[in-house]
Design a protein around this ligand. Structure first.
Ligand code: ZN
Length: 264
């Protein structure tokens, strides 16, 4: 198995909203609500004996332009990228085109994880069941949410809606990490040379919330579940002596091995 980390650009965000839950905690302290950080957008390509798997679909190339994302999202987080960071260019670094992807796994369906869904009608999709339901309900009832209707409704060859933990293929496990959203799939990869790699995506945004001790980040549906999910990642990390790749971590992201380099 070869594991490639794909760089899809970054979101310019308020650190206090992402990591300190500032909207709730510091509503009367606006000066604490503005410390801008560059949050990397990461996708993961896995070349496996069962085919090519793509974990998360980043942002749509037009996501930084006004009018593509729901207005509330566009105002609070702005997407920037270079042409070479678009998904197809990143896949090309690994000798792969979208047509070569057999399986897509979505951690959840927020706008910075579904952006290139239009390219994969030929692929099978694995997504968390509760999150899929929440996203469908949201795009049909509220136009101004963290979901993009055309991306949530994008066609796939087959839909596999996952509840709980699930082995995907030999050496690949999907793990349930609810909290940020009510369903969220992390991924655990057992590689030959590089050991166990854990990708929690938005289950753990940054090392700062991971700790120990874990700190409640911002942007969650269920605060208690959020903290339980962080501890679940920690227990797996300790069990397997694994490396954790945080979902949107500006400090750690540059040190990850980026495509065309890979873990194996
Ligand atoms: Zn995200």
């Amino acid at each position: 198995m070869k594991v490639y980390i794909l760089d899809n650009g970054y979101l310019l965000m308020d650190k206090n909203i992402l990591l300190n839950n500032a909207v709730l905690a510091n509503a009367d302290e606006p000066d604490r609500r503005c410390e801008l950080i560059h949050c990397p957008i990461m996708m993961v390509l896995i070349k496996h004996e069962n085919g090519c798997i793509l974990y998360d679909l980043g942002c749509h190339p037009k996501a930084g332009e006004k009018g593509y994302w729901p207005d509330r999202v566009w105002k609070s987080e702005r997407y920037y990228h270079e042409p070479e960071q678009e998904l197809e260019a990143q896949l090309a670094l690994c000798g792969v085109t979208p047509k070569d992807i057999d399986t897509v796994v979505l951690s959840h369906l927020h706008e910075d994880h579904t952006g290139n869904a239009h390219l994969f009608a030929h692929a099978e999709l694995y997504a968390p069941r509760q999150e899929f339901i929440d996203a469908l309900l949201s795009v049909h009832t509220n136009p101004d949410t963290g979901y993009v209707k055309s991306e949530v409704l994008a066609p796939f060859k087959e839909f596999h809606l996952v509840e709980g933990d699930m082995p995907l293929y030999p050496g690949i496990e999907l793990i349930d990490l609810p909290g940020h959203t009510n369903g969220l799939l992390g991924m655990v990869l057992h590689t030959e040379k590089d050991g166990v790699l854990i990708f929690p995506q938005d289950g753990v945004f940054c090392e700062e919330s991971y700790g120990p001790p874990a700190r409640l980040p911002g942007g969650f549906e269920d605060s208690a579940a959020c903290l339980r999910s962080i501890e679940k990642v920690r227990a797996l990390q300790q069990k397997f002596d694994a490396k954790v790749f945080f979902g949107h971590d500006p400090k750690n992201f540059p040190a990850y091995r980026h495509a065309p380099a890979y873990y194996e």
